[in-house]
Design a protein around this ligand. Structure first.
Ligand code: ADP
Length: 320
């Protein structure tokens, strides 16, 4: 193998840049040439390619987002799109491809490998940490840090005004961020899409806390469980207290990668290059305990991750 390509695709996540840096630098150290493909699969359809050198990835370890930029591509999903993308790989002598993205990008990667014959390796990156086959996805820790900092700041105001706040975090179908950041931020209640909740019970719990002398309360809700404003309106009516709603939204996607995201980006990036050099196909890098290892890309959607409900139970005890 002489030349590999690398792209970032789907939702951006902090840690993509550290992973990209690791891919480029370990590949070059192993004597490979690296072609950066801009704007995900759209770049393969439009020929947005550029050679990457050791210095192309200088100064990016501490930057959120992705210097290769990212995109979603409907055309890539069509037979014509896949053929065109495969042709771009062949025309440019790209013999292996590293795809940094989420499970949607990995579905595309598997199809592209079938159509082109070019070996593809995935690096899981999404703030939601909801990719099957791996216990960690790049961007999760940074998103938690950002959301926890926001909760801490809001807590100052909540305490000062003796008020209830509802904070909405990302998570359309999964509550991984809400559960983790709720626990880290000492939330009085955590709402996740996986578990139905009774708003009356939530209010009653807050009431008990107040009867014990709590001066403020924070409810963390995943966007897919309930919208912050809906929860705030209900709680306000039920408890006859002023309630404020805050949506953290895209702030959670950006920001300088945490040490964990930099270290995992480095380990995933170097492993991805090793896998290509070993001639492996259709694999993704994964974290299991302290190990980084390779699992089939298909695991990303065939083995969905399940929320650890014990985190929520623990939080209920600790929020007493
Ligand atoms: P993520 O990778 O973050 O999950 P998306 O689900 O938006 O993000 O996927 C990113 C891109 O991957 C899509 O825009 C599309 O080009 C490609 N993709 C997603 N699903 C498929 C699929 N089933 N077949 C081919 N390509 C796909």
């Amino acid at each position: 193998m002489k030349r590999i390509g690398v792209l970032t695709s789907g939702g951006d996540a902090s840690g993509m840049n550290p992973a990209l840096r690791a891919v480029v630098r370990s590949a070059i150290v192993h004597g490979l040439e690296v072609i950066g493909i801009e704007r995900g699969y759209e770049g393969l359809l439009n020929g947005w390619l550029k050679p990457l050198s050791l210095s192309s990835v200088g100064g990016i370890i501490n930057r959120g987002g992705t210097i290769l930029r990212t995109a979603r591509s409907e055309r890539f999903k069509t037979d014509e799109g896949l053929q065109t993308a495969a042709q771009t790989l062949h025309d440019n002598g790209i013999e292996g491809l590293v795809v940094i993205g989420g499970d949607g990008s990995f579905r595309g990667a598997v199809r592209l490998e079938e159509v082109s014959g070019v070996a593809v390796v995935g690096i899981p990156a999404t703030i939601d940490n909801d990719i099957g086959g791996t216990e960690y996805t790049l961007g999760f820790d940074t998103a938690l840090q950002v959301a926890m900092d926001a909760i801490d700041k809001i807590r100052d105001t909540a305490d000062s005004f003796e008020r209830i706040f509802v904070i909405e975090v990302m998570g359309r179908s999964r509550g991984f961020i809400a559960a983790a950041v709720g626990l880290a931020g000492g939330a009085e209640a955590i709402l996740v899409p996986e578990i139905p909740f009774d708003p009356v019970q939530v209010c009653e719990r807050l009431k008990q806390g107040m009867a014990r002398g709590k001066r403020s309360a924070i409810i963390v809700t995943a966007e897919g469980a309930a919208r912050a404003q809906e929860v705030a309106t209900f709680v306000e009516m039920y408890l006859r207290e002023e309630v404020r709603a805050t949506v953290l939204g895209y702030t959670q996607r950006g920001g300088s990668p945490t040490a964990t995201d930099r270290i995992m980006g480095a380990r995933f990036g170097a492993l991805a290059v090793d896998l290509l050099l070993q001639g492996q196909r259709g694999m993704m890098t994964a974290a299991h305990g302290d190990e980084v290892l390779a699992v089939p890309l298909r695991a990303s959607w065939e083995q969905p991750r399940v929320l650890d409900e014990s985190l929520l139970k623990l939080n209920e005890v600790l929020a007493s």
